[in-house]
Design a binder for this molecule. Structure first.
Ligand code: MEV
Length: 316
């Protein structure tokens, strides 16, 4: 039996970091995917032909420990168009696609099970984290994740004192440009940095609550298809993320360069480097502005499909 499972990367439209503390966030799957092909093998487990390594394959190893109880090893191959350490959910896409492959091999595949197990994998590998990236890579499209879900919720995930409800949301037509700072931001470092601020200061906690309010306003702007208002909310969210200390001089330069051609522009994901997103009616101008500065940029197709079994059967 061999399976191929793929999962998308994501951008966080609003609410990163605050979501770790139970505030809502909105995340969109993008048309960049990680693909994992897996089959049981008589030999010991290999990843892209190399022996499984705790250091190089931390997420895959964790997924195997969690889900693979078979005496056989596994032959796993991966490929990805999600840039790594760029705030675009590459580790979540890898965790979801790997978990999806292992679940498909054992006839237990479902979107929800992928979201739950991949969050366990990310949490064990990376420490303090919310299920935003893994739920987005599992469901795809657009999700609202937060404390207060309604009956249409897809799933609820608990960890310690926190619990998050994940809902699918409708998106109006919108164009996002993603620009890469070229700096690698480690999510765990940025989450720890924000935690030091938030755990020690009531001002930090106020900023987190203010981000939560902005996400609710952004949701309203999406519902009423008011992209100008949404852009303003993104700008304000970026200002609050800067106060949390996760912006960098490069991010600030990219934000300033994109602003004249954008409805709203902000860092996306953990920050400390990574990527910047612009909501714009002039995507070519934003791409050109960032490319002139030497940064990679692309127009993202939001609302990509979630985790998908692309192939399941006996290898021919
Ligand atoms: C990272 O993509 C999003 C953060 O909010 C961390 C998390 O939610 O686990 C920064």
């Amino acid at each position: 039996m061999r399976v191929t499972v793929s999962a998308p990367g994501k951008v966080i439209l609003l609410g990163e970091h605050a979501v770790v503390y139970g505030e809502p966030a909105i995340a969109l799957a993008i048309d960049r995917r990680t693909r994992v092909r897996a089959r049981p093998s008589a030999a010991s487990t290999t990843i892209n032909g190399e022996p499984l390594s705790a250091h190089a394959h931390a997420y895959i190893r964790q997924a195997i420990q969690l889900l693979w109880k078979d005496e056989h090893g596994l032959s796993i191959e991966t490929e990805s168009t999600v840039p790594s350490a760029a705030g675009l959910g590459s580790s979540a896409a890898l965790s979801v696609a790997t978990v999806g492959a292992l679940l498909a091999l054992t006839d237990r595949f479902s979107e929800e099970e992928c979201a739950r197990s991949a969050y366990d994998v990310e949490f064990a590998t990376q420490g303090r984290a919310s299920p935003t990236d893994t739920s987005c890579a599992s469901h795809g499209k657009a999700i609202l994740i937060g404390p207060d879900g309604d009956r249409s919720a897809l799933w609820r995930i608990r960890r310690g004192e926190r619990s998050w409800t994940v809902q699918g949301i409708e998106l109006p037509r919108l164009t996002l440009v993603v620009g890469s700072t070229g700096e690698r931001g480690r999510t765990a470092d940025q989450v720890a940095k924000v935690a030091r601020f938030v755990d020690r200061s009531s001002f930090g906690r106020d900023v987190v609550r203010d981000i939560g309010r902005l996400v609710r306003e952004g949701l309203e702007a999406l519902r009423t298809e008011d992209l100008r208002r949404l852009g303003k909310v993104m700008d304000r969210d970026h200002a609050l993320l800067t106060i949390l200390g996760v912006s960098t001089p490069t991010i600030e330069r990219m934000v300033a360069a994109a602003r004249p051609a954008s409805l709203g522009v902000k860092l996306t994901g953990a920050g400390g480097g990574g990527s910047v997103i612009a909501l714009t009616e002039r995507p070519a101008d934003v791409v050109a502005a960032w490319k002139r500065m030497g940064h990679d940029a692309f127009i993202a197709e939001p609302a990509a499909r979630g985790v998908a079994v692309e192939e399941k059967g006996d290898p021919t």
